[in-house]
Design a protein around this ligand. Structure first.
Ligand SMILES: *[C@@H]1O[C@H](CO)[C@@H](O)[C@H](O)[C@H]1NC(C)=O
Ligand SMILES: *[C@@H]1O[C@H](CO)[C@@H](O)[C@H](O)[C@H]1NC(C)=O
Ligand SMILES: *[C@@H]1O[C@H](CO)[C@@H](O)[C@H](O)[C@H]1NC(C)=O
Ligand SMILES: *[C@@H]1O[C@H](CO)[C@@H](O)[C@H](O)[C@H]1NC(C)=O
Ligand SMILES: *[C@@H]1O[C@H](CO)[C@@H](O)[C@H](O)[C@H]1NC(C)=O
Ligand SMILES: *[C@@H]1O[C@H](CO)[C@@H](O)[C@H](O)[C@H]1NC(C)=O
Ligand SMILES: *[C@@H]1O[C@H](CO)[C@@H](O)[C@H](O)[C@H]1NC(C)=O
Ligand SMILES: *[C@@H]1O[C@H](CO)[C@@H](O)[C@H](O)[C@H]1NC(C)=O
Ligand SMILES: *[C@@H]1O[C@H](CO)[C@@H](O)[C@H](O)[C@H]1NC(C)=O
Ligand SMILES: *[C@@H]1O[C@H](CO)[C@@H](O)[C@H](O)[C@H]1NC(C)=O
Ligand SMILES: *[C@@H]1O[C@H](CO)[C@@H](O)[C@H](O)[C@H]1NC(C)=O
Ligand SMILES: *[C@@H]1O[C@H](CO)[C@@H](O)[C@H](O)[C@H]1NC(C)=O
Length: 808
């Protein structure tokens, strides 16, 4: 039997029996799958995208874990703490991080730090405790990279002070091990209460226990991408690794660069916003050998008591190696549900695949029982940063192999809607953050229900609560649509968001891209209404799903390329169009606009050009083909986007563009473009992703493109191409079924046929080379693709669109 809570609700106790249960679970899984990658964790390169703005978190975490201990650096690109460029100093090892985000640095709270020696005869009072004074470089390896190592659930680094740091984690607790250089007379450990990534603390509290060395504390901090502040707590304990640590030989608090011996709380020292405060201990070294000290840091958004209770329950015995082994086993069980054939596949591709898949499970984070805003027995997830990045593809990936985590995320989202009125959009650190476009939670719920309607009850998802949550987004205008929901009233009355109507409850901006997204959001509502048998609602929302056409100006052309006719454009309430240059917000924008939230935004578009947004109507791509002049003109426009650099590989609105040739009956061109995206923009280097990971959107994209698929979210269809592997299989623990896609004729990654000539499902001919039905994955089928060298081969049956008969 699968377990509905892969992680026990109150946090699990680490025991040998728990570990063997996990390993048995894994063994059970592997018997149902043809396994060629028994240890996928060994293929995960944790450092992809950890410099040059990738903002990837390489530290230790469980799948969707809350505790994410990792190294923080003084890099300006330290959104996830770490930077792989060795010119940056380490500043601490903090307990909470995000994954691949922009905005201000999120979280990075409660840094720990170790001193092997302090100035002035190694004196306590002279220890350089502030972040600026204590920071040091890492050791640098002969190849010029820093001496850092990471694998799923584990991170290690050798600092230039000779101190080795290792990190691992359970759901809400971090475990650190600091190994000091030989002959360290006074091993010292520091707890930093106040320095989050933005140095934004107020109202810090902290006390230390002089005999046990327990530190409890917390503070208020600034959210990363929104107006809110949050409060978070920690509880830190120390234990000698292989020796009796004893009581600290010296202890005190510190303020800035001043350790204050024998002081045990910071209440008197706090001097204002940005004060740096914490605790400092000296311990006796190990008389029998190497001095290694374990530090266990529980975290909680509720209280210091809960932070301590979490730590004691999850890591009672400070057993570093078994915590690390459990984390790795959890990752292997999850990643191993997708298996790839490796014959003819180079190691780089296998590593790119599992590393990308790994990143898709770092967030959102399971904060169940850590919601400070209301009590509930439902799961609570956080770090949706943002749904705008992930609604397009990520959850359709989870549908394939991870329905249980997906269902828990959905339950958490519904619970938020029930308490706050609208679904979360860009939630971080328990706060509402800025929306980027539509109510992008809707297609996530739609994706779940379309795929798992029949299992919803078994997965404890209330279909009526899910539908009510969708209706709230679709119908109820919130007090501030920059934080949740939509500009619903005018959407309902006009069927688009006009450029020239100002309402008090939100910003009048990105009107065209919001119109396009609201239409897709309503498509998701319609899909759910349809399944629930709400015929009238379904008709209403399918109708609204067609509203994208209200911002289509059939006469707009591209300067210099007047053969491209018709464009999404801003429109006034009186029905006339304004004009935004189709090149706006692109690499070819003569005005070089950024089109981010901070831009002067009368142009109507967010982070991508009118040309790109004119391709984003997943619910009715057939209509776009028609509006854009038919298949030949559509292909010409797609080619123009790629050849003239309008396709923007760093930003999500372009993600589906490589596969759009399918809808013009030229899937071979999609295969070529999709492979180009992998070849040019993804690799396993530290700069191996385009832009930042965008909260795992880029990891999702690479995973799908390598699998030879791309989803149509909130539908039962996956667009199909050929995988980079001779076969790929997906194990689904709810169905207890494995679906295998076999690429007959596959030679290797660099040569041989790559186009799909025909498809059979369980030996029966399937009538399209361009898409698969979800049923294939429900029943655990064998899908055989016959590959060919001929790029002109067509689809047979084209993938569905609203205007060509709709979706089943
Ligand atoms: C899953 O399916 C396999 C056979 O494919 C079977 O041996 C096993 O008992 C099934 N597990 C459950 C929980 O039904
Ligand atoms: C690293 O720290 C040293 C010492 O404080 C400082 O001189 C150097 O500029 C720092 N490196 C960077 C990249 O900030
Ligand atoms: C750090 O140093 C230790 C001991 O010399 C070594 O075993 C380890 O591989 C080094 N690198 C990391 C990242 O731990
Ligand atoms: C050092 O080793 C001795 C002999 O095994 C042991 O009795 C003692 O407790 C150890 N010291 C510490 C601090 O662990
Ligand atoms: C590819 O990886 C396998 C397994 O780790 C290893 O045995 C093999 O040497 C690698 N091949 C190359 C060319 O690096
Ligand atoms: C949750 O329940 C606890 C225990 O009853 C209570 O102390 C706490 O105030 C409640 N939290 C909220 C946000 O209602
Ligand atoms: C597009 O051009 C045609 C022909 O000139 C005109 O009839 C139509 O009103 C124009 N549409 C818009 C939205 O400007
Ligand atoms: C429509 O509204 C715009 C902007 O408010 C205005 O400039 C334009 O003159 C109006 N056109 C008509 C036909 O009323
Ligand atoms: C019409 O578009 C221009 C160019 O983007 C812009 O400057 C102007 O503010 C827009 N007018 C309105 C009413 O939005
Ligand atoms: C791929 O297969 C072709 C044809 O068999 C062969 O010539 C080529 O060397 C292979 N390439 C690699 C990298 O294995
Ligand atoms: C599938 O394609 C192969 C290669 O083009 C061809 O030999 C075979 O007849 C095709 N099968 C069907 C059912 O069309
Ligand atoms: C394609 O095949 C499926 C399954 O046999 C069938 O339901 C569907 O009607 C077919 N589509 C067309 C357009 O023939």
């Amino acid at each position: 039997m699968y377990s509905l809570t892969r992680r026990a609700p109150g946090g699990f106790v680490l025991t040998a029996s728990w570990l063997s249960t996990l390993l048995l679970t894994k063994a059970a899984t592997t018997t149902t799958t043809s396994v060629s990658i028994p240890d996928p964790a060994s293929w995960v390169n944790m450092f992809i995208g950890t410099t040059n703005g990738g903002h990837v978190f390489p530290g230790a975490t469980l799948p969707h874990g809350m505790a994410k201990p990792g190294m923080d650096t003084d890099s300006p690109g330290d959104q996830a703490g770490y930077d792989a460029d060795p010119i940056y100093n380490a500043t601490g090892f903090s307990q909470l991080h995000d994954q691949g985000t922009g905005g201000g640095v999120s979280l990075s709270n409660f840094k720990l730090w170790a001193f092997a020696e302090c100035p002035v005869d190694d004196s306590f009072a002279a220890c350089p405790t502030s972040l600026e004074s204590r920071k040091v470089l890492r050791n640098i390896l002969p190849d010029g990279s820093p001496d850092d190592y990471a694998e799923p659930g584990y991170f290690a680094s050798n600092l230039s002070t000779g101190i080795r740091v290792e990190l691992t984690a359970t759901r809400r607790t971090a475990l650190h091990r600091y190994t000091f250089p030989a002959n360290t007379a006074n091993p010292r450990l520091l707890v930093d209460i106040t320095n989050d990534g933005q140095m934004s603390n107020t109202i810090p509290v902290m006390t230390l226990n002089a005999s046990t060395a327990r530190v409890i504390g917390g503070a208020d901090f600034q959210a990363s991408f929104g107006p809110g502040r949050y409060r978070v707590y920690t509880c830190v304990d120390f234990l000698g690794d292989g020796y009796e640590l004893g009581q600290p030989t010296e202890y005190g608090t510190w303020l800035g660069d001043s350790p204050i011996k024998y002081s045990v709380n910071i209440a008197q020292q706090y001097s204002g916003f940005g004060s740096q405060l914490g605790a400092l201990f000296t311990f006796a070294p190990n008389p029998n050998g190497t001095t290694s000290i374990l530090a266990r840091a529980g975290v909680s958004f509720i209280s210091t008591e809960q932070a301590c209770a979490n730590a004691e329950a999850e890591i009672p015995d400070f057993e570093f190696d078994s915590v690390r082994a459990v984390a790795r086993a959890e990752w292997n069980e999850l990643l191993g549900r997708i298996q790839v054939g490796t014959e003819g596949v180079d190691n780089e591709t296998i590593s790119l695949f599992y590393s990308s898949l790994y990143r898709t499970h770092v967030v959102p984070a399971d904060y169940t029982d850590e919601n400070p805003l209301w009590n509930s027995t439902e799961p609570y997830y956080d770090s949706f940063y943002c749904n705008w990045d992930t609604f397009r593809a990520l959850y359709a990936l989870m549908s394939l192999h991870d329905p249980v985590d997906f269902s828990r995320i959905v339950r958490g989202m519904i619970n938020i809607q029930q308490h706050e009125g609208w679904l979360p959009e860009c939630r971080g650190a328990t706060q509402k953050q800025w929306i980027q476009g539509g109510s992008n939670g809707d297609p996530i719920l739609g994706e779940f229900l379309v795929k798992y309607y029949e299992q919803a009850e078994e997965l404890n998802v209330s279909t009526s609560a899910l539908y009510a949550a969708l209706l709230a987004d679709a119908e109820d205008q919130p007090p501030d649509w920059d934080l949740e929901g939509r500009q619903a009233n005018i959407w309902k009355s006009l069927g688009y968001i006009p450029s020239d109507v100002w309402e008090p409850s939100g910003t009048n901006t990105k009107q065209v891209s919001r119109t396009i997204e609201y239409a897709f959001d309503d498509f998701a509502v319609a899909q759910v209404a349809n399944i629930l048998g709400k015929t009238e609602d379904a008709a209403k929302y399918y109708g609204r799903a067609g509203n994208f056409i209200n911002v289509w100006n059939p006469n707009t052309t591209v300067p210099g390329a007047e053969y491209i006719v018709g464009m999404m454009q801003p429109r006034f309430a009186n029905g006339t169009f304004n004009y935004t240059d189709p090149r706006h917000c692109s690499a070819n924008d003569p005005t070089q606009s950024t089109c981010y939230l901070n831009a002067v935004n009368t142009d109507g578009f967010y982070e991508s050009s009118p040309l790109v947004y004119s391709q984003f109507v997943p619910q009715d791509t057939a209509k776009l083909v028609e509006l854009q002049g038919g298949p030949a003109a559509f292909i010409q426009r797609l080619d123009f986007l790629f050849d003239q650099h309008y396709f923007d590989e760093t930003d999500e609105p372009s993600m589906q563009i490589p596969f759009m040739y399918h809808y013009a009956n030229r899937p071979g061109l999609s295969t070529q473009r999709a492979r180009m995206v992998i070849n040019e923009y993804f690799n396993t280097s530290v700069s191996g992703i385009p832009g930042n990971d965008d909260s795992r959107a880029m990891g999702t994209w690479a995973t799908f493109l390598l699998a030879g698929m791309y989803p149509v979210p909130a539908t039962r269809q996956y667009l199909l191409s050929s995988p980079w592997f001779p076969q790929i299989s997906f194990y689904n623990p709810i169905f207890n079924k494995t679906t295998t896609i076999i690429a007959n004729g596959f030679t290797n990654n660099t040569s041989g046929p790559i186009y799909v000539a025909n498809v059979t499902v369980d030996g029966q001919p399937w009538n399209s080379t361009c898409y698969l039905e979800w049923d294939v994955f429900v029943s655990g089928s064998t899908v055989e693709l016959q590959l060919t060298d001929d790029p002109t081969i067509g689809c047979g049956v084209l993938p569905p669109s609203l205007s060509t008969g709709g979706f089943d």
